[in-house]
Design a protein around this ligand. Structure first.
Ligand SMILES: [Zn+2]
Length: 494
């Protein structure tokens, strides 16, 4: 523990300067403001207070970040590797080798954490029979381990955030259930991060609900995650964000680049489940870069870099790596916002390989290639983001623009209902900017007009803020359905 603490203190010291820079970058700037000066000065002083609060951050979240321990992550990964293989088709009943042993061990660990949660966390084995499929030669039982930390606010308890890693592994062949498949990086790293986040988070109270999940069947075609997402959709579960952590184990790439301070976040721009009508509207008014998943990625960048300032969150504007996939996809396909966390440079000699020494090169996904401190830092970025999501109000709902022609931009939205809700912020950016560059606190109102700023020239969004300064992800407005007889102009007017 002592060496972990001193590592943490050294990192904090080393990164003091980068933290200052990052905080400066993260500050809201005041944009064009041709409004009445007394309101503007009031707004500026409340905005200064909010900025100061944001810079200080929330001590509880810093505590959660500091409680994530790389040695505990290392112990989990070594334990998972000790099961020899975790191929989804491997033995379900052997207590020492195969996916069944891994499943039962993980279930036991989550139960130990739940026992310390004051009754707020429950652990479930979600078991289902997977029929024959491309990589499943015969019907096979799969078990998701699902640990649910229930929110404590009646208005928010049904709002859910899911963090996941896959506990299955593979060697060169996805259907070889006998070969050794240590899967230390793919994906014991993500599984261990989820378990460690549960340990650090479960003793704290949140408004909304957080689900910590480890799933099998990823290498067989995202089967465990697909089952969970489908069941969630059937029961109308209000998942407002899903993170998959997959291959977050190594800071050293096959390209020789050592980068222990960057994590990639993949987010899609155009929603996977977009309807034809939504696609037509988007082509007309823009928004290729403003799906709810992308707002989630921007949120993680802002929060992750604030609470873990020695880490850079590298947003990648695509659904996943080129031609590859992950457990966030079944969520995206069902309309849930979801992102993928992955190390910055992969090493393909250690992924989906039989363990072997060939021409002096060690192939295989072995623990010696993991960087446990790096995994802990990725888990910290996840944990801080999850904690703020579950403390903050829900993102604003039903955010719309009228389609009328004007150089001002009126924005409307529905009221939040949380008892600790404080007000809204309008954010905006130039259309070629990657992240929100400006924000303005507008109080507890359901509409606000950005005077002198045309919706043609900027992207706008709205977020909700609670009394402690916790901010929701941003909601990107949709065009208001056109009313007839009011002079409103269709979005496609030339
Ligand atoms: Zn994987």
């Amino acid at each position: 523990m002592n060496s972990f603490r001193s590592y943490f203190v050294i990192l904090l010291g080393l990164c003091l300067s980068c933290s200052v820079v990052i905080q400066a970058l993260g500050q809201s700037q005041t944009g064009p403001s041709p409004q009445n000066t007394s309101t503007a000065s009031k707004r500026n002083s409340s905005s200064k207070k909010a900025t100061a609060q944001r810079q200080r951050g929330n001590a509880e979240i810093s505590k959660i970040v500091s409680e994530i321990n790389p040695r505990s992550i290392e112990a989990t990964i070594r334990k998972l590797v000790s099961f020899g293989t975790r191929n989804t088709l491997s033995d379900q009943n052997d207590p020492n080798r195969g996916i069944g042993a891994a499943r039962d061990w993980l279930y036991g660990e989550f139960q130990k954490i739940a026992a310390q949660s004051g009754g707020r966390m429950t652990v479930e084995k979600q078991t289902f029979e997977q029929p024959k499929a491309a990589r499943v030669p015969q019907p096979t039982m799969l078990t998701n381990i699902v640990a649910t930390l229930k929110g404590t606010q009646a208005e928010s308890v049904n709002r859910v955030y899911v963090v996941s890693g896959h506990y299955d592994s593979m060697c060169g062949s996805p259907t070889d259930a006998k070969c050794d498949a240590p899967g230390a990086n793919d994906d014991a790293s993500g599984t261990a991060a989820v378990l460690e986040m549960a340990r650090a988070i479960a003793s704290h109270k949140f408004d909304a609900t957080i689900i910590f999940m480890t799933v099998p069947g990823e290498e067989q075609g995202l089967l465990g995650a697909t089952h969970f997402a489908e069941e969630a959709k059937k029961s109308n579960m209000d998942i407002q964000g899903m993170f998959t952590n997959d291959i977050i184990g190594s800071s050293l790439g096959g390209n020789g680049v050592h980068d222990p301070h960057t994590v990639r976040i993949f987010s899609e721009g155009v929603p996977s489940n977009e309807t034809q009508q939504e696609a037509t509207t988007r082509r007309s008014v823009g928004g290729e870069n403003d799906s709810q998943s992308r707002q989630l990625a921007r949120f993680i960048k802002e929060i992750g870099e604030r609470y873990v300032p020695w880490m850079k969150v590298w947003m990648i504007y695509r659904r996943d790596r080129y031609g590859r996939g992950g457990d966030h996809q079944p969520f995206l396909e069902r309309g849930y916002a979801a992102v993928r966390f992955t190390e910055p440079n992969e090493n393909y000699q250690h992924q989906h390989q039989n363990v072997r020494l060939e021409n002096g090169i060690q192939y295989g996904d072995l623990p010696q290639f993991d960087d446990f401190k790096y995994i802990a830092n990725v888990a910290r970025v996840n944990a801080a983001s999850l904690a703020v999501l579950a403390l903050a109000p829900a993102r604003p709902k039903n955010v719309t623009f009228p389609t009328s022609l004007s150089n001002d931009t009126p924005i409307n939205w529905d009221a939040n209902k949380e008892p600790d809700f404080a007000g809204y912020e309008i954010v905006w950016r130039d259309t070629t900017e990657a992240t929100w560059t400006h924000s303005r606190a507008v109080g507890n109102v359901q509409s606000y007009t950005m005077k002198g700023m045309s919706k043609d020239n900027y992207f706008f969004g709205v977020r909700a803020v609670d009394k402690k300064g916790n901010r929701s992800p941003v909601t990107y407005p949709k065009p208001q359905p056109r009313r007839t007889g009011t002079g409103a102009t269709p979005a496609t007017s030339p």
